[in-house]
Design a protein around this ligand. Structure first.
Ligand SMILES: [Zn+2]
Length: 321
């Protein structure tokens, strides 16, 4: 069995983007309640997050944007930047706590106290740009975690594998000229799906060219399509890159039952993708893997897929199914 951290806080439920919004507090509550009911929970090491220091948030986000977000919450505004980024008075602090949760996972894994970790955080992060909120996201949790690992722990190479069904425009843009971060995204073709970026031709810029791999898939793609692309295209490049720490931006919205996109992945497909990425981490990064929740809007899918992923991280057998 491996030592696996689990980041969660009741305060993650305080960000309320509006009653109509798919990125609702119930997502995280469902994940947590299902875990507590399972035999997995007692095996996890609970990590209780703190608010991220502004210094690290400012490393990737514009200070004016951070201030604008804080003030919008204090003033009781309901939207930040775009209609889909609903906010409430607690959203700013909740977003800082999400970043802080990922940073705490980085600390535990980099110090060798844990082998790997899962961060059940919200709001999600991968659409957040340097100077604006986008696509339910405010601060780019995984990106700040990556830069924190690089600069606080002296790493040289970090990989982020993003299997959320939507392209992680924010993560790509924050690192597109940075050869220290290899970003791989598997997502629905931008011609058909939000956010309209993530074409293959977007390969990174300047010194970062070649360290950004977009793998877009047409609607109704299946497990085998994702797994083949991961095995044949992404993993050979990632092995060559040899990351010292691996992150997964884990959205579960490519599942066939998810209401927001149009893909046909299954629970088994997510199990297998997780195994492939974990194998990479075991080969090149001493097993150091940090998974950060992004999207996923069917509660049953979230419960099942997150529990499966934690079994993989812990190295215990899957449940019946
Ligand atoms: Zn998504």
């Amino acid at each position: 069995m491996r030592r696996t951290g689990y980041v969660y806080a009741l305060r993650y439920l305080l960000h309320d983007p509006g009653s109509w919004h798919p990125e609702r507090p119930d997502r995280l509550k469902a994940i947590h309640d299902a875990l507590v009911d399972s035999d997995v929970f007692e095996l996890l090491v609970r990590l209780r997050p703190d608010y991220a220091p502004l210094k690290w948030v400012e490393r990737l986000h514009d200070p004016d944007y951070i201030r604008r977000f804080k003030e919008a919450c204090e003033q009781g505004r309901q939207i930040l930047d775009t209609q889909d980024c609903g906010i409430s008075k607690d959203s700013y602090l909740t977003a800082l706590l999400a970043v802080g949760g990922v940073m705490m996972a980085v600390d535990s894994v980099m110090k060798g106290e844990l082998d790997n970790a899962f961060c059940a955080v919200r709001p999600p992060g991968h659409h957040a740009e340097r100077d604006r909120a986008k696509g339910f996201c405010f601060f780019n949790n995984v990106a700040i975690g990556a830069v924190y690992a690089l600069e606080n722990y002296g790493l040289e190479r970090v990989a982020i594998v993003d299997w959320d069904v939507h392209h992680g425009n924010g993560t790509q843009h924050l690192f597109e000229d940075d050869p220290r971060v290899f970003y791989v995204s598997l997502h629905e073709d931008p011609q058909f799906c939000y956010p309209g970026t993530g074409y293959r031709r977007e390969e990174g810029k300047g010194p970062g060219k070649g360290f950004n791999l977009n793998l877009p898939f047409p609607p109704r793609s299946e497990d085998s399509d994702y797994l083949e692309a991961l095995k044949k295209e992404a993993l050979p490049l990632l092995r060559q890159f040899a990351p010292q720490l691996v992150f997964i931006s884990a959205g579960f919205d490519a599942h066939t039952k998810d209401p927001l996109a149009h893909m046909n992945l299954t629970r088994e497909g997510y199990r297998e993708m997780g195994r492939l990425v974990l194998d990479l981490a075991l080969e090149t990064a001493g097993g150091r893997l940090i998974t950060v929740l992004e999207g996923g809007y069917n509660l049953e899918v979230l419960e099942e897929c997150v529990e499966d992923h934690l079994r993989l991280l812990l190295d215990i057998p899957y449940d019946h199914f």
